[in-house]
Design a protein around this ligand. Sequence first.
Ligand SMILES: *Cc1c(COP(=O)(O)O)cnc(C)c1O
Length: 372
Amino acid sequence: MIPYGKQSISQLDIDSVVEVMRSGLLTQGAVVPEFESRISNYCASLYAVSTNNATSALHLACLALGVAPGDIVWTSPITFVASANCAKYCGASIDFVDVEPNTGLMSVASLEEKLLLAAKRGSLPKVIIPVHYSGQSCDMVKISLLATKYGIKVIEDASHALGATYLGSKIGSCKYSDVCIFSFHPVKMITTAEGGMALTNNEVIAKIIRKLKNHGIVQNSAIAPWYYEQQELGFNYRMPDLLAALGISQLQQLDTFLIKRRQAADYYYKNIDSEKLETIYQHEYGESSYHLFPILLKNSQLRLELYDLFLAHGIKCQVHYIPVYKQPHYNQAGSDHYSGSESFYQRELSIPIFVDITAENLKTIIKLLNSF
Ligand SMILES: *Cc1c(COP(=O)(O)O)cnc(C)c1O
C-alpha cells in the first residue's frame, strides 16, 4: 500500500538513536538542548522549546499568550483538530476564519471582514492561529498587520511547514508572529516519532513555555543548587533525549528531504493534465515544503470515485481536512458560513508525496490520474 505520506529513516537516524540508548541518559540530557538550538539556527529564531508533540506546544503557546476562560481564539477550519483544541484546553472559545478556496489557507479578506465585525460587537479574539496548510505559508505580512491593528497575538501552526519559506525567510523566523509551532509526527517534514517545538523571538514567552512543559518547576539556585521549586501548575510535556537524537539526524537530512519532495511535486505539476485537474494554487511569496500534495476535483462524487480507484490500485489517498466545525465534538461551532472551506472540503484529495516515493510510484499515480 502506498500511503499519502510517511517518514524516511536512514542508518544515520538509527545510529543516532542507538548512541543515546547506550549513553546512560535517555531523557533530559544534552541532546534536547542541542536539537532545540539546531532548529532555532535553521529557522533563525531566537528561542526554540521542544515538547512531546505539537499539540502540547500549541497548548503552551496559548497559555503563554494569556489565553484564559472568556477569551476567544480564531483558527482555520481546514486543519487538524489540534489547532482548535489548544484554545479549548485553556477554557477559551474557538471560532473560525474562512479559507481561500484554491489554497486552503486562511483568507486575509475573510479575516479583515470578520475583525471589523468583531470589533463592532466587542468580541475580538485574543489570539489567531493561521495554519500553513500543506506546507505553504499563509500571507503573514497581511495577517500580522491586521493582528497589530486590533491588538491580537499570532501563533503560526507550522506543523506542515518546516523548511518552507515566506518572503525569503524560513517559516519559524517568527518575523510576523509571536510563536511558531512545528510537529515532528512521522508524516510531517522530519520526525521524532512524537514531538513538537515552539519557536519565538520573545524571551518571556520562551521562559513561560519552558517552565510549563516541565510541571511549572524552575531551579532556584539562590536558595541551593538542588532547589527546584514548582511555581505554578504545569505539565509533563517534555521531549526525551532519545527522540531529540532522531530529530537531530533528521534535521541534518531536511534539505535533501525538501529537494526530493519538490522533485515529486514538480513531476506532478509537469504531468498532471491541468485542463482536466486542478492542483492547489501556490502563492509567489514563498516556497512550499510540500508536506501534502492536494488536488481539487470538480465535486465530492468525483473525489470519492478517484479515492476508490486509487485504493483499488493499492494507493491510499486522504482528505485534508474535514472542517473542524463539522467534527461531532465541535457540533457546528463557529459563527459564520464558510463557503471557501465548504468548497475546499468537497473537492480536496491529498495524493501521495513523501521523501522515498519512487519514480515508479509517481508514474503509476499519474497514469491513474490522467486516465480518470
Ligand atoms: C499534525 C498536526 C498537529 C498536531 O501535531 P502533533 O505533533 O501530532 O501533536 C497540529 N496541527 C496541524 C495542522 C497538524 O497537521
